[in-house]
Design a protein around this ligand. Structure first.
Ligand code: NAD
Ligand code: MG
Ligand code: MG
Ligand code: MG
Ligand code: MG
Ligand code: MG
Length: 336
C-alpha cells in the first residue's frame, strides 16, 4: 500500500483563511512552525508558560507570546509542540477548557492521541502535520524556498474540512513544496516508536556498544575499536542516506561487501528479528506507552539507564579521540 502524496497545488492557504493559529511550545519544531506560519501570512501566536526560557527567543523574533491557556482560547487551530509526556497535563489544564466547537487540535506526533492520553471532544477536528526532519532543518529549508516532507493524518473530521485545513498548515511551513504523505495517527506513532527503538536509536547504540565490547574484550585497543565501530558509522550512514543500501555496497570494498552480506544476517539473525516483532508488539498493544508514561513521572529507572550509557567505556575514549579531530562537528551535549 503506497501513501497518497500532496504537493503545493493540492493545498490552498486560504483554507487556513482567517483562522487564528496557536503554536504551543517553541522548541525544535515549535520555533520552525511559528516563524514559517508567520512568514506565510498566518495569524499566529505562541503559547508558553511565564517561566519558559523560550519566551525571550520568540519575542525577539517579533512573535506574540501568551500563556498556553490564552493562546488556546484565542486560536481556532491549536498546534501542540511540547514534549509528548507533558501534553496530556497541558491539554487538561490549558487547552480543553478553551476549545470551542469547530476548532482544530493539531499534533506533530501521534503518541497522545494513539494511546488515548488525550481525547478531544467530538465537535473538534484532530489532525497531525509531522515534518520528517528536525525543526532547524524544517525552518532552514522553508527560508531557502524549499521544504521538508511531512506526514499528514486526520483522527477526527468534525468540520468535514480537516484535511484541507491541515494541508494549508503543511503548505505554510513548506511541507507541500517537498511532498506531504497521508498516514494515520496509528501508523505514524507505531512506526516512529519502532524505528527509534529497534533501529535508529536503540538498535544502533547497542550494535556499536556490542561491537566495541567484543573488540576490546578480545584485547584490541579501545582507540582502534572506536574508529572501526563508531567513528566510521557516519560515513556509512551518509552513503545509505544519499543513495540507499546499494550506494553503500557499491562504495565499500568488495571485501567489506562480501563480509557484510555473509556476516550481517548472522548478527541480525532470526532471534533478533523475533525480538523486533516482540518490541513492535509492545508498541501495538500499548504496553510500551503505559510503561513510559509511568516512568516519565519519576525518571528513576530511566536515569540509571542514562548513567550506564554515559559511563560506558566507549564514551571516554571517544571524547579524547574527537579532541584529535577538530573537524568533527561538536555536538551541543558535548560543548554545553
Ligand atoms: P522540544 O523539547 O524541542 O521543545 C518543547 C517546547 O515545549 C519548549 O519550547 C518548551 O519550553 C515547551 N514546553 C515544555 N513544557 C511546556 C508546558 N508545560 N507548556 C507549554 N510549553 C511547554 O520539543 P520538540 O522536539 O519540538 O517536540 C515537539 C513535538 O514535535 C513532539 O510531539 C515531538 O514528538 C514532535 N516532533 C519532533 C521532531 C523533532 O525533530 N524534534 C520531529 C517531528 C515531530
Ligand atoms: Mg521518528
Ligand atoms: Mg519519535
Ligand atoms: Mg574500516
Ligand atoms: Mg564495492
Ligand atoms: Mg533528549
Amino acid at each position: 500500500m503506497t501513501a497518497e502524496v500532496f504537493y503545493d497545488a493540492d493545498a490552498d492557504l486560504s483554507n487556513l483563511g482567517d483562522r487564528k493559529v496557536a503554536v504551543l511550545g517553541y522548541g525544535s519544531q515549535g520555533h520552525a512552525h511559528a516563524l514559517s506560519l508567520r512568514d506565510s501570512g498566518v495569524d499566529v501566536r505562541v503559547g508558553l508558560p511565564e517561566s519558559s526560557k523560550s519566551r525571550p527567543k520568540a519575542e525577539e523574533e517579533g512573535l506574540r507570546v501568551e500563556s498556553p491557556a490564552e493562546a488556546a482560547a484565542e486560536a481556532d487551530v491549536i498546534m501542540v509542540l511540547i514534549p509528548d509526556t507533558v501534553q496530556a497535563e497541558v491539554y487538561e489544564r490549558d487547552i480543553a477548557p478553551n476549545l470551542s466547537s469547530g476548532n482544530m487540535l493539531m499534533f506533530g506526533h501521534g503518541f497522545n492521541i494513539r494511546y488515548n492520553l488525550i481525547t478531544a471532544p467530538k465537535d473538534v477536528d484532530v489532525a497531525m502535520v509531522a515534518p520528517k526532519g528536525p525543526g532547524h532543518v524544517v525552518r532552514r529549508q522553508f527560508v531557502d524556498g524549499k521544504g521538508v516532507p511531512c506526514l499528514v493524518a486526520i483522527d477526527q473530521d468534525a468540520s468535514g474540512e480537516a484535511l484541507s485545513v491541515a494541508l494549508a498548515y503543511a503548505k505554510a511551513i513548506g511541507g507541500t513544496r517537498a511532498g506531504v504523505l497521508k498516514t494515520t495517527f496509528t501508523e505514524e506513532t507505531e512506526t516512529d516508536l519502532f524505528g527509534e527503538q529497534a533501529v535508529l536509536c536503540g538498535g544502533v547504540a547497542e550494535l556499536i556498544r556490542a561491537g566495541f565490547d567484543t573488540l576490546v574484550d578480545a584485547g584490541y585497543s579501545p582507540e582502534a575499536a572506536y574508529f572501526e565501530v563508531l567513528h566510521e558509522m557516519k560515513l556509512i550512514v551518509d552513503m545509505i542516506n544519499e543513495g540507499g543500501l546499494s550506494n553503500m555496497w557499491y562504495s565499500v570494498s568488495d571485501t567489506a561487501e562480501y563480509g557484510g552480506v555473509t556476516r550481517g544476517p548472522r548478527i541480525i539473525n532470526d532471534e533478533a528479528r523475533a525480538e523486533m516483532r516482540r518490541v513492535l508488539g509492545e508498541i501495538q498493544d500499548g504496553s510500551f506507552a503505559k510503561e513510559w508514561v509511568a516512568e516519565s513521572k519519576t525518571y528513576e529507572e530511566f536515569n540509571k539507564l542514562r548513567k550506564d550509557q554515559r559511563e560506558h567505556r566507549i564514551e571516554a575514549v571517544g571524547a579524547s579521540l574527537r579532541d584529535m579531530m577538530p573537524w568533527v562537528k561538536r555536538t551541543i551535549t558535548e560543548t554545553a
